[in-house]
Design a protein around this ligand. Structure first.
Ligand code: ADP
Ligand code: MG
Length: 254
């Protein structure tokens, strides 16, 4: 059965895109067929997997706003077994353009209905907001994976995220679950990071993944080569931890 997972946190820079790209690539490396849907106008997941945004003809915007069949947008990536529905800057208009459209929250869900069985996993890289794009992702998904950066104010804003989660559960997708909470960018040299780990575990308990993503410079370098960490440097710490996370996701996450 296909599992559809939205990677979301309305804070920017917490590791959503890094996590989406690399857990998707790790699962592909482990032999799963994976589709990554880039739902952020920045298009960082798109370019990070070797797709030139300048060459993209149709993207997720055309699926959501113009309702073209999603299969017309699917592209191969720099990783075998991993396909991408790209995003480009035109997606920035989608929040406003969807506002007055009927059943706007279910556009992505309906688009995926026809193709989801072609994949083992579908990951959606959400934008740093709780607008229509994130609501579409939540409505289409089985579960939400929440990256939390090991920094001051790590828990700040999470109550709004959980509110949106519950609203979508109540109105559009009653089976929606929390896939897991992922601690990211841990700096092992400071106490602060470990204090945040404890704080987040106190709040989310068994929902927190055992795998914690450390700061790893190879993870930040890989996107500029258009590669996931699996292809850029399989032996790096970054690759190992995202493979660990992929294995946790395979054993049904949290
Ligand atoms: P988001 O999608 O939530 O905005 P990103 O995944 O784009 O966050 O990460 C923000 C920045 O931090 C990027 O420059 C990325 O390369 C870097 N980064 C993310 N995770 C790590 C990590 N574990 N170690 C080092 N740099 C990271
Ligand atoms: Mg991002």
């Amino acid at each position: 059965m296909t599992r559809i997972i939205a990677v979301a946190n309305q804070k920017g820079g917490v590791g959503k895109t890094t996590t989406t790209v690399n857990v998707a690539a790790a699962l592909a490396y482990l032999g799963k067929k994976v589709l990554l849907i880039d739902s952020d106008a920045q298009g960082n997941a798109t370019s990070g997997l070797g797709i030139s945004k300048a060459d993209v003809d149709k993207d997720i915007y055309d699926v959501l706003v113009n309702q073209i069949p999603i299969e017309q947008t699917i592209q191969t990536s720099s990783r075998e077994n991993l396909w991408v529905v790209p995003a480009t800057i035109q997606l920035a208009g989608a929040e406003i353009e969807l506002t007055n459209q009927p059943h706007r929250e279910a556009r992505l869900k309906h688009a995926l209905d026809k193709i989801e069985t072609d994949f083992d996993f579908i990951f959606i890289d959400c934008p740093p907001s709780l607008g229509h794009l994130t609501i579409n992702a939540f409505t289409a998904s089985d579960a939400v994976l929440i990256p939390v950066q090991c920094e001051y104010y790590a828990l700040e804003g999470l109550s709004q995220l959980l509110n949106t989660f519950r609203l979508v559960q109540k109105h559009f997708n009653q089976d929606l679950k929390i896939e897991g909470v992922l601690l990211t960018m841990l700096d092992a040299r400071t106490n602060l990071g470990f204090e945040v780990v404890e704080e987040v575990k106190k709040y989310f308990k068994e929902k927190v993944y055992d795998t914690i993503i450390p700061r790893n410079v190879r993870l930040s370098e890989a996107p500029s080569y258009g590669q996931s960490i699996i292809d850029y440097d399989l032996r790096s710490k970054g690759a190992q931890v995202y493979l660990d996370l992929a294995k946790e996701v395979l054993t049904d996450g949290k």
